[in-house]
Ligand binder design. Structure first.
Ligand SMILES: [Ca+2]
Ligand SMILES: [Ca+2]
Ligand SMILES: [Ca+2]
Ligand SMILES: [Ca+2]
Length: 220
């Protein structure tokens, strides 16, 4: 199966979908979709449960998350906006935080030092955000089950704090502070993966000013 690619074009306030021609070549075509001001990050996830991947984009300049639903003809519907509150939203990720089978969204607020969880309303839309404190000026976030209790948890890359904060999920949409890791200067992106094959989730972060990758292995 050929994978397409969706990218943000922050200067033009749009999302571009590059279609794979089946041989790994991509072409742009006309697949540009208007979004709100300054899109900075996006993910693809099936928000409305129709089996097709939708686009969820963070528009930092508008303090909004936008959902563009796949229309079933290879394109996407117009963006539907959901406010994140003030605070310069940036990185986002998805998991089912309340265990209802619908994909939810977590997004960092760079100006407010928190992450916000926006639960799926059961129809592909998002409910209003609930905020959970993390470190200083977070820019990246990832969701994964770090303590292997079956509930998704969250880590944030706290850019100006030089830390990664771990919040554990309770399974009903809430998150609780668990631990702060000092990782070095200016972590900007963070990913969760089992990097050493011991079946426990680890994380790696990109350190912006050090031009390095930091890796923290779990200690189950
Ligand atoms: Ca969908
Ligand atoms: Ca959910
Ligand atoms: Ca967990
Ligand atoms: Ca591991």
């Amino acid at each position: 199966m050929a994978n397409d690619i969706a990218v943000v074009a922050a200067d033009d306030d749009d999302v571009r979908v590059l279609t794979n021609d089946g041989s790994g070549q991509f072409f742009g075509g006309d697949a540009n979709y208007d979004v709100s001001k300054s899109p900075v990050d996006l993910i693809t996830v099936d928000m409305d449960g129709d089996g097709r991947l939708d686009i969820v984009v963070v528009c930092a300049g508008a303090d909004e998350i936008g959902v563009l639903s796949a229309n079933g003809q290879g394109g996407f519907d117009s963006m539907v906006a959901y406010p994140t509150g003030d605070g310069a939203p940036e990185g986002l990720d998805t998991a089912d935080f309340d265990g209802d089978g619908w994909a939810d969204i977590v997004v960092v607020s760079r100006a407010e030092a928190h992450v916000s969880v926006l639960l799926n309303d059961g129809a592909g839309g998002l409910e209003s955000p609930t905020n959970f404190a993390v470190g200083i000026k977070p820019r990246g976030v990832a969701a994964a089950d770090f303590d292997a209790d079956g509930n998704p948890d969250v880590i944030s890359a706290d850019h100006d704090g030089g830390t990664v904060t771990l919040l554990l999920g309770g399974g009903s949409g809430g998150l609780e502070f668990a631990q702060t890791f000092a990782v070095g200067l200016n972590p900007r992106h963070v990913i969760a993966a089992d990097l050493d094959g011991d079946l426990a989730m680890d994380f790696a972060c990109a350190l912006h000013l050090e031009q390095a990758i930091g890796i923290v292995l779990s200690n189950p």
